[in-house]
Ligand binder design. Structure first.
Ligand SMILES: *Cc1c(COP(=O)(O)O)cnc(C)c1O
Length: 505
C-alpha cells in the first residue's frame, strides 16, 4: 500500500515514510492510495479475536511494510499489559435499548487520544528504522490539554525517542496540568509557556521550520518529529475500534451480521469521525455518520451547506477538547469526496488559509451529505443531557460524550431514524468532573469545591470509584516546575536535547 498527498504531490510513499514524514512535502496530508475492504465474513470473524488481534487484522493491509509479527508486538505493547483498565480495551456499554457508548477512555490518560498514542510511538520507531533514519526522534508537542498527556504516556521511555511538551501556563485545567507536571519517565520534558495555546503552537512551528536549528540538532543525533493528529500513524489505529464495537455488538446479540448501525462522534479536529468514515468506506455497515459539535459548530455548517467558513467567534465551552475552528483532518474527507482531486483540494485549502472560507463543488458535497448528518449542543444542553441520561439510565457521561448523546437524540427525532446508534465516548467523566458533578449533584452541592474535592464527591454520589490515574494526583511530586517565555522555547529544546545526549548514547 502506498500513500499519496491530498494536494496532488506526484510521488507516492510507503506507510513507514508517511508516518515518519507526518506531512507530505506539498503540505498535504497522506492518505492510502485505496481503501482496504473487509467482507461480511471477515467482519464477523473479528468477533472471535481480542482487541490486539483486531488491530493487527485492520492495520496489516495499510501498514504492509510491517510484518504481522511486528504489528502484533506493537499492538501488544500498546493495548496489552496494564495499560488499559478494561480487558476489552474499548468496551461497548448499552445505555438504553438501541443506544450504546463505545468507551475510548480506558487508557492511562482517561481520554480517547490514548487509543492512537499508545500505539503510534511503536509504529514510529519501527518506521524510522525501515526508512534508514538512525537519529533519535525528538517529538515536540504544543498542547491545549489532552494530547500532551497522552503523548507523554505514549512516548515515555520508548527507546529511540525523546519528547518535549509545551502547554500554556494558564490555559489548561488543574487536573490536566497536574497530570503533565507529575509525569514520570527519563526521556521527557514538560514546560509551561507564559502565553496562550497559540503562542506555544507558534513556537513549536517556528522550531520545526528553522532549518539552521534543525541541522544543528542533527549533528547531535536528533531529528524532530510531531505526534499530532494529521499523522497517518495516529489516524489508522482509530479505525480499529469502529470495527471492534461492531464485532462486540454482534457477539452480544444486539445486531445481526450485516445490520446497519449509526455512529455518533463528538468532533473537534475531525480525526475521530474521519476514522469512522474510513471504516464505512472499508465495508463496515454504517448507515450514517452523525457529527456532534459544541457551540464551535463550524463543521456542522460545513456538513449542512458545503461551505467551510472559519471566520466566526471562538467559544470556550465545557467540552474544551472540541473547541476548535480549523479541523485539519477535514482535508482528507474533501479529498476522498472529490474523487481524489488533489488540485481542487489544494485550491480549497489555499482559500481557507487566505480568506478563511472555501466551498466544495456539487459533486463533492453530494458525497459528504449522503454519508454525514450534523448538529451541535450548547453547554446548557450538554449539562442537561448529562443529568437526564444519568437519572434515566445511571450512565455517567463526560461533557464531550454528552454532546454526542444530545446530538444522537436530535438525529433520531429529526430524521425519524431508530437505527441502533453507537456514541463514541471520548473521555472519562472523572477527567472533566467539575461539569459532570455540577450536572449530577446540582449547583449548591458543588459550589466552591476544588476539582479534587469534586472527584471524591462524584464517586461517592454515583457509587463509582475515582480512577487510580487521578487519585492522589494532587499529592504526587511536581517533577516539571519550569515556566518560560515563548521566546525561550528553542533554547529550552536545545538544552533538553543536549541533556539527553549522554542518556541516550
Ligand atoms: C480530542 C478530543 C475530541 C475531538 O476529537 P477529534 O479527533 O479532534 O475530532 C473529543 N473529545 C475528547 C475528550 C478529546 O480529547
Amino acid at each position: 500500500m502506498l500513500y499519496e498527498s491530498t494536494r496532488g504531490f506526484s510521488e507516492k510513499v510507503t506507510a513507514s515514510r508517511a508516518i515518519v514524514l507526518g506531512l507530505a512535502p506539498d503540505r498535504g496530508l497522506f492518505v492510502p492510495e485505496k481503501f482496504v475492504t473487509l467482507s461480511t465474513a471477515q467482519i464477523a470473524a473479528l468477533a472471535q479475536k481480542d482487541y490486539r488481534a483486531r488491530a493487527v487484522e485492520i492495520l496489516r493491509a495499510y501498514l504492509d511494510d510491517f510484518t504481522e509479527d511486528e504489528l502484533a508486538t506493537c499492538a501488544g505493547l500498546a493495548y496489552g499489559g496494564q495499560k488499559f483498565d478494561h480487558p476489552a480495551v474499548a468496551p461497548v456499554q448499552k445505555i438504553a435499548p438501541g443506544l450504546y457508548a463505545l468507551e475510548l477512555w480506558h487508557g492511562p490518560t482517561l481520554a480517547f487520544k490514548d487509543m492512537a498514542l499508545q500505539l503510534m510511538p511503536h509504529l514510529l520507531t519501527r518506521a524510522a528504522q525501515k526508512t534508514g533514519e538512525d537519529a533519535t526522534i525528538a517529538i515536540l508537542v504544543a498542547t491545549s490539554g489532552d494530547t500532551g498527556k497522552a503523548a507523554l504516556e505514549g512516548f515515555k521511555d520508548v527507546p529511540g525517542t525523546v519528547i518535549a511538551v509545551f502547554y500554556p501556563e494558564k490555559g489548561v485545567s488543574e487536573v490536566q496540568k497536574l497530570q503533565m507536571v507529575t509525569q514520570e519517565g527519563g526521556n521527557l520534558a514538560v514546560i509551561a509557556v507564559q502565553g496562550n495555546f497559540d503562542d506555544a503552537q507558534t513556537g513549536v512551528k517556528e522550531i520545526f521550520g528553522d532549518t539552521v536549528f534543525n541541522a544543528e540538532l542533527k549533528k547531535y543525533g536528533f531529528v524532530l518529529s510531531s505526534a499530532n493528529s494529521i499523522n497517518w500513524g495516529r489516524l489508522a489505529p482509530q479505525i480499529v475500534y469502529y470495527f471492534s464495537a461492531y464485532a462486540d455488538l454482534m457477539t452480544a446479540g444486539e445486531i445481526e451480521p450485516g445490520e446497519e448501525v449509526v455512529y455518533v462522534v463528538p468532533t473537534g479536529n475531525f480525526g475521530n469521525i474521519l476514522a469512522a468514515f474510513y471504516a464505512k468506506e472499508m465495508g463496515l455497515p454504517v448507515k450514517k455518520l452523525v457529527l456532534a459539535a459544541n457551540t464551535n459548530n463550524v463543521l456542522v455548517d460545513f456538513i449542512r451547506t458545503g461551505t467551510y467558513d472559519r471566520r466566526r467567534q471562538f467559544y470556550r465551552t465545557i467540552s474544551p477538547s472540541m473547541d476548535i475552528l480549523i479541523s485539519s483532518n477535514a482535508e482528507r474527507l474533501v479529498y476522498h469526496a472529490s474523487g481524489r482531486d488533489g488540485q481542487k483540494v489544494k485550491s480549497w485549502m489555499e482559500e481557507l488559509g487566505g480568506g478563511g472560507v472555501y466551498r466544495v463543488d456539487a459533486g463533492t458535497y453530494e458525497v459528504i451529505a449522503s454519508a454525514f448528518w450534523a448538529d451541535s449542543a450548547t453547554d446548557a444542553e450538554t449539562l442537561d443531557t448529562i443529568r437526564k441520561v444519568y437519572t434515566a439510565t445511571g450512565y455517567i457521561a463526560d461533557p464531550h460524550t454528552a454532546v454526542g448523546l444530545c446530538v444522537a437524540e436530535k438525529y433520531r427525532r429529526a430524521a425519524g431514524d431508530n437505527t441502533k446508534a453507537v456514541v463514541a465516548s471520548t473521555a472519562s467523566p472523572f477527567k472533566f468532573n467539575a461539569s459532570v458533578a455540577k450536572a449530577v449533584l446540582g449547583e449548591e452541592k458543588t459550589a466552591g469545591k476544588s476539582e479534587f474535592e469534586l472527584l471524591t464527591l462524584l464517586a461517592q454520589a454515583t457509587g463509582t470509584q475515582v480512577p487510580p490515574a487521578l487519585n492522589e494526583l494532587d499529592k504526587k511530586p511536581v517533577l516539571h516546575p519550569k515556566s518560560i517565555k515563548k521566546e525561550e522555547m528553542a533554547l529550552e529544546v536545545k538544552n533538553f536535547l543536549l541533556g539527553q545526549v549522554s542518556r541516550t548514547r
